[in-house]
Every structure is written in C-alpha cells, then in structure tokens.
Design a protein around this ligand. Structure first.
Ligand code: HEM
Length: 357
C-alpha cells in the first residue's frame, strides 16, 4: 500500500515516539534487573513483583521496538531495508549509528530468547549471556543519540541523560551491596561505569548536539538538503523558484502487478530544500508506469513535511504535483527527472509556482 503524505508523516512520528518509549522501557528493564540482582525487597514490594516487572517490561520493549523498526523501514524517506534490521552497518543511512541500533536489537533478542529458555540452558550459561545486557543499554542509547531527530530537543536530551543517570546509580548501588566481591574490583567497576557515562555525555555535546551532525553521521547527501546551510531550520523556498535536483530513486513491485517508485531529492540553485515523491501505478511495457496515485512533500531535513500534497500528473519523465503548507498556501511543482536506473540516482529540475486555484 502506498503511504499518503500524512501517512508518511505519521510513520516518521511513530518511529521517533516508539524509539523514545523503547529507550525509557529499556532503562526501566535494566534498572529493575539490577534491583533484582541486589535482592532488594520491601514488605509491600516483594522480590517476585520486581522479577515480574523486569520480565514484562523487557517483553514490552520488544513490542515497541517491533513498531519502531517496522515504521523506520516503511517510511521510505531514508534508505533502510529489512536486512538492516538484523545485519548491522549495512544501511547507507547513518551506517554506524543505525548499525548500533541493529546490534542492540540483536543483543536484546539474544537476552530474551535465552531467558525464555533459561530452564533448559542452566543458570550458569544463562547468567553469562545475561551480562551482555550491560552492553545492550549503552549501545541502544548511542544509536538513539546518533540517529534520532530529537537529540537536540532539550527535553528529549534531558530524558536520555536521566536514563543514563538512573542506570549509573543502580550499577553503583549493585556494586555497593555486592559485599562478596573484593573492594578493589567494585571500585574499578564503579569508576568504569562513570567513565562510560562521561564519555557518552562528552561525545553527545561535541557530536549529535553540535551543528553539522547530519553530515558527519553519514546522512546521504541527497537527504541533507539545505538544513545544514540554514541551521535555524528556516526554508529557502521562496515561490516562485526554479531549482536543480539530485537524489535517489527506489522501485518496489507490489501485489497485483503494481509498482511504487520513491524519489528522494535535494534542491539546490534557486532554492534549498528536500523533496519526496511517491508514485504508484501500473507498469508499462516500455519501462515506464501509468500513474494511479502519488504523494509529494517539500521541506528541509529538519522540516521534511513543510508542504504535503499529491502527484497530479506523470508524462514520461515529467511529474506534476500540488502541495500546500499548514496554512493552506498551495503551490504547484513541475518536476523533470533524468534517472540512472543502475545506480538508483537521479538529477533534474523543479519549478514551483503559486497555485492559481
Ligand atoms: C534496542 C534497539 C533500539 C532502541 C532502544 C532504539 C531507540 C531509538 C531512539 C531512542 C531513537 C531516537 C528517537 C528520537 O530522537 O526521536 C531512535 C531513532 C531511530 N531508530 Fe532506533 N532503536 C533501536 C533499534 C533500531 C533498529 C534495529 C532500527 C532499524 C534498522 C532503528 C531505526 C531508527 C531510526 C531510522 C531512527 C531515526 C528516527 C528519527 O528520525 O528520529 N532503531 N531509536
């Protein structure tokens, strides 16, 4: 099914929202797991309650991650495929930081599966594997900070710092109460955990929280558009304009002999911005397609859905679309593209005019 313009926006919001909920739940799961290991309990909070919460919250993380991952793949703004969900560092979109999400997800799956098979595996093997939960949390956190659109949003950054602080506190508490372990080992453990937190915070403020991160993180040039040139996020899309296009094209065959073409392109020259077109229709013998329906968005990386609308015409390599902003101000786009099918890239031009009706 083709995503509508508002559907595409909904997918992007869902990826972000479920990513944030997943990291909050993962934090709760790790903190409860550590609490369980300290054997802490109160008369009104017995240990079995903490164990049940730990187990159920861990399963809930997987449920939220399923939505997070499915929406990240379905939203075709960034080139993320199903292989990227299990094979790390494979996607051309922010490969390292997205790859860390894949690693965290793989680790989490290993933790959950071995916990469900705990009786069969035996306590020693299960416990040895469960140690990787200490790696899963910071790896997932680095993924969220390095990939997320909300890293520079203050409340989101504060939430992430809160997650780090809670896990650090519970690790220290675990070490403090581990009376059977030599003091030297506990001290080094506590210092090591503090060092990891300090390094993550230092990297956050000089990396994802600093200008230019989208480019340094490995965002494909076709998606960056004018955002880094215009750090305030303001658009340089003063209508009318004529601009050059460079970008990527993806073709998917869908059920019932339908084909969907997704175009992501950046605008330069007469305007700075990013444009996405999704066209769905029936394939033609000459390699073209008869348009059934299509959606169009125009904006920047920070505001990719500033204008949304529909594709209203397709004639060979000429595409016409009509988009409008939140105030209802409508513009028509006349797009002309040259596609290199083997490389999956395109160049072209776009002219924008105020819509007359
Ligand atoms: C344990 C596993 C994972 C956790 C806890 C997690 C969590 C997060 C968090 C917290 C964010 C930042 C959201 C924001 O800034 O609003 C994020 C962003 C993102 N994640 Fe994940 N993630 C995980 C795995 C994955 C995987 C396997 C994929 C896909 C292959 C993925 C795709 C994405 C994408 C595309 C974004 C950027 C969304 C945006 O534009 O903000 N994540 N993730």
């Amino acid at each position: 099914m083709i995503a509508t313009a508002s559907g595409a926006r909904a997918l992007w919001y869902l990826t972000r929202a479920t990513g944030l909920v997943s990291i909050l739940l993962l934090t709760a799961s790790v903190a409860l797991g550590i609490t369980e290991a300290t054997r802490w309990a109160r008369p009104h909070i017995p240990r079995f309650v903490i164990a049940a919460l730990h187990k159920n919250i861990s399963l809930l993380v997987v449920a939220f991650l399923a939505v997070h991952i499915a929406t990240a793949v379905a939203d075709n703004f960034a080139p993320i495929g199903w292989l990227d969900v299990v094979v790390p560092f494979h996607s051309p979109y922010r490969p390292l930081w997205l790859g860390l999400g894949t690693v965290a997800f793989d680790l989490l799956l290993a933790l959950i599966i071995t916990s469900l098979l705990r009786a069969r595996l035996g306590y020693r093997i299960w416990r040895a594997i469960h140690w990787i939960s200490y790696a899963c949390f910071p790896v997932a956190l680095l993924h969220g900070l390095g990939t997320g659109s909300d890293t520079r949003v203050r409340w989101s950054l504060l939430l992430t710092i809160g997650c780090l602080a809670l896990v650090l506190f519970t690790v220290w508490w675990r070490l403090w109460t581990a009376r059977g372990t030599p003091v030297v080992r506990r001290t080094w453990g506590g210092l090591g955990a503090a060092l990891v937190v300090w390094l993550i915070l230092g990297w956050t403020f000089t990396g994802p929280d600093a200008p230019g991160w989208a480019r340094r993180a490995g965002t494909p040039a076709s998606l960056i558009a004018g955002a880094s040139i215009q750090p305030t996020g303001s658009l340089n899309l003063r209508v009318p304009f004529n601009a050059r296009l460079t970008g990527t094209v993806r073709n998917h065959s869908t059920a019932g002999n339908r084909v969907t073409v997704s175009i992501s392109a950046s605008l330069s020259g007469g305007a700075l911005g990013a444009m996405r077109l999704t066209l769905e229709g029936a394939p033609l013998r000459d390699g073209g397609m008869r348009l059934g329906r299509g959606t169009a968005t125009l904006g920047t990386t920070s505001q990719p859905f500033r204008y949304t609308g529909t594709v209203v015409g397709l004639d060979g390599t000429a595409i016409r679309a009509r988009v409008h902003d939140a105030t209802g101000h409508a513009i028509t786009l006349a797009v002309s593209v040259n596609i290199d099918p083997s490389a999956g890239t395109l160049t072209g031009t776009v002219s924008a005019r105020a819509a007359t009706n």
